[in-house]
Design a protein around this ligand. Structure first.
Ligand code: SF4
Length: 424
């Protein structure tokens, strides 16, 4: 390995060898699970001989930290290994082409499981695509002419310098890095996402809900967004900061065929037990409930379980709207902003197209994926409820939340479930 690195250090394959002080190989572990690919070293990185030590590098370290990634698993390198001169101009096509052999050697030595090109230059070099904004966070393929049988996955994101000019990009980069982290090290998360696939487990879950005394977060997964034509495929519960349950009701008949008919997950007798158990929980007048946009779930409950979700004491989406009306209130955004749960919906990207995700066709995903997603979808509102509750109670928002927003949900559910007559 030393011989290969020494060879790169003495590279004179392009005119930048006359500009640089030294070749900047990168920094971090060799081998490493993650290779972060930037553009080119800046002047002080050329002086120090280390990658990403300037302003952008400091941002990168902070982002890595916020995404809970361990530096011990990361190598940070550049698409062009020499300083490009005063003003740090982008490396030219020729320089990048000349340097590719060196970058490829580093990729071989580091042998990562994930390559994260950060910014347009690295994105284009690796994938041939342009436009980091539209390509960030997507799994992409390597340009065929560069692919030497690499087995790593590629997921680009913004360059860390982008947060200097646009602080909103910070959350997006953290989300992308944390997503990679969650895929690589799911065991590091102390979350328990439990697929309730037996009556014993169902009984255990019910006992926990009845005995916990905590507010219960409820979430339904459906075949789509219309109460008139879509069905409930499963129900998620969480009454614990780190634990969520997903109870499947209907699943694809043929697990291999994403478009196959839906059928009950349970044998007839167990199906009746599970449905009754769910109805008992959601209609229980003493168990306090919370969730995210429960108006949606309540309409489905009324139609398919013939009961409402009773004793709703909070709704994370309503609270988020009161606290910051101008932000997005999508659960994924709120979870990222206020909790360390990231990429909730992105779990589905393993199995589904973005179009199916947007249309809510989660039943097309594998059961384990739906379960992971569903349990997370209950844990996140549980956590948000704890945080938002403290921010609302005792403030000017308290009356608005408990005197107007929550009661108004009842009216909206009624109007949307039964329709309204306009008396002209
Ligand atoms: S930029 Fe790359 S190819 Fe050019 S001299 Fe430096 S190491 Fe060699």
């Amino acid at each position: 390995m030393i011989k290969e690195l020494e060879k790169i250090k003495n590279c004179t394959k392009c005119e930048l060898c006359k500009v640089r002080k030294q070749v900047v190989l990168g920094r971090g572990k060799i081998p490493a699970d993650i290779f972060i690919l930037l553009e080119a070293p800046a002047k002080n990185e050329d002086i120090q001989g280390r990658a990403a030590v300037g302003k952008a590098g400091k941002h990168l370290d902070e982002l890595i930290n916020l995404a809970n990634l361990s530096e011990a698993n990361i190598f940070i390198g550049n698409s062009c290994l020499c300083w490009t001169g005063e003003g740090n101009p982008k490396p030219t096509e020729e320089q990048l082409r000349a340097c590719w052999e060196n970058v490829a050697t580093l990729l071989k030595l580091v042998n990562p499981k994930f390559l994260i090109p950060m910014g347009d230059t690295a994105l284009n070099l690796i994938t041939g695509k342009n436009g980091i904004t539209k390509n960030r966070g997507k799994f992409l393929s390597m340009r065929s002419e560069l692919n030497n049988g690499y087995e790593f996955k590629i997921l680009p994101t913004f360059h860390p310098a982008a947060v200097i000019y646009d602080p909103q990009k910070k959350n997006k980069i953290i989300e992308d890095l944390a997503y990679v982290n969650n895929i690589l090290y799911p065991e590091d998360s102390n979350l328990e996402k439990i697929l309730v696939d037996s009556i014993d487990l169902f009984d255990q879950m019910c006992a926990e809900i009845y005995n916990s005394g905590n507010t219960l977060s409820v979430d339904l997964e459906t075949t789509g967004l219309s109460i008139w034509k879509d069905k409930i495929i499963g129900v998620s519960f969480s009454c614990n900061w780190n634990k969520g349950y997903y109870v499947p009701l209907i699943v694809r008949e043929d697990e291999e065929d994403r478009n196959s008919e839906l059928t009950s997950f349970w044998v007839l007798e167990d199906d009746a037990i599970v449905r009754k158990g769910i109805i008992d929980i959601i209609s229980h007048k003493k168990i306090q409930k919370t969730g995210q946009n429960l108006v949606f779930d309540r309409k489905f409950c009324k139609k398919y379980f013939d009961t409402d979700i009773e004793n709703i004491v909070f709704d994370a989406q309503l609270a988020a709207h009161l606290l910051d009306e101008n932000s997005k209130h999508d659960l994924g955004v709120l979870a990222l902003k206020y909790t360390d749960l990231v990429g909730i919906k992105r779990i589905l990207e393993k199995d589904l197209t973005k179009k199916d995700i947007k249309a809510g066709k989660f039943y097309k995903a594998d059961l384990s994926t739906i379960s992971d997603y569903g349990a997370g979808d209950a844990i996140a509102p549980y956590r948000l409820t704890q945080d938002f509750y403290k921010e609302i109670v005792g403030t000017k928002f308290e009356d608005l939340m408990f005197g107007i927003s929550l009661p108004l949900s009842d009216v909206i559910v009624d109007m949307e479930s039964r329709g309204i007559k306009i008396d002209r």
